[in-house]
Design a protein around this ligand. Sequence first.
Ligand SMILES: Cc1ncc(COP(=O)(O)O)c(C=O)c1O
Length: 407
Amino acid sequence: MNTQAARQDFPILNRKINGIPLIYFDNAATTQKPRQVIDAIVDYYTNHNGNVHRGVHTLSTEATDLYESAREDTAKFINAKSPSEVVFVRGTTEAINLVAYSLGCSNLGRGDEVLVSLMEHHSNIVPWEILSKCKGFTLKYAKVHDDGTLDYEDFESKITAKTRIACLSHVSNVTGVINDVKRIGKVAHENGALMLVDGAQSVPHMRVDVQDLDMDFLAFSGHKMLGPTGIGVLYGKKAILQKLSPFQGGGEMIKEVSYGQERCSITWNELPYKFEAGTPNIAGAVGLGAAVKYLSDLGMDNVFAHEKELTKYAVERLKECNNITLYGPRDLSKKCGIIPFGLKGFSSHETAALFNEYGIAIRSGYHCAQPLHQLFKLESSARASFYIYNIPSEVDRFVEILKELEG
Ligand SMILES: Cc1ncc(COP(=O)(O)O)c(C=O)c1O
């Protein structure tokens, strides 16, 4: 992968922060956008803007074609069997809420169990907690080892005949730990349960094949994979989505609303429109389509290899610094390009503010994963996370600053 050439596609990398060229290490929060994505959105609004699926005029037809071809490209990107299995939503959070509320409304009740892990982002915990209080099902938490890796035995032992759905992040947004979701999915299926994978931190960084991994649901966000904010995907197996009730009601998601005997009877639209109530984020989908094309051209195996290499280099170089502690597994084969750390004498926010003075963007806080921080006995952590445009010289600068701070 030609990283230097790719860097030229990102206008924001010309920015200076405090007079210093930007080094962007906050990719797990959101990624920067290449010219190709920005241009696709500008072109959409400049030349093709219209509402989708409703009109026969040229602009409406063009908008519909662009929106649907983004869906087709996204379906190919994750190897879905059909574009109708790709539901456009606002992001990972909305995708998980869609599954939780749709399942919760009609399929979950007392005696049922839902299983999540303690390494989940709050978006894969809070909807289930809310729903379990309304519907009376039991929410169980699988353990995580001290190094942040999943306790597979515990997860598997908690999948029972009562489990309706097992929910797990593919990659932790705190540690970068990669979970074997195929293994967990197999046990879930053997017990008659569904499997939801939070792919917010995996789909942007590695090849994810929903058929090979036999996923029932996969949730991910466009803005973490070079696309715009406000667009994301819920992938679901067709047969499962067909049985699921819609999460939101409104226009677009119905086939017919007919009034009689003082009530309206409603039939749902076909997939995926049943789950896309109201006017969708058309420009967002177009931008996501351009992002998917950009990543496909790079090749997801190349993207993954680049980040692995850079992470290995960073971890090796960070051994030269005595003032930082790295969290998460030592074994790099278990993780990808996310490096959580603590800087001696500084809170995580002070650490991020300090790096910002040097033009380096990193994350601080608990990264919407408080239970995992509780387990690590940490209030918060600092986090550097890489993407396709990061290069070894940026890591060198990061290390240089740490050494300067050591004095
Ligand atoms: C693992 C994981 N899940 C879910 C989310 C939520 O994503 P979004 O805010 O785009 O809905 C994030 C965002 O950081 C994440 O890292």
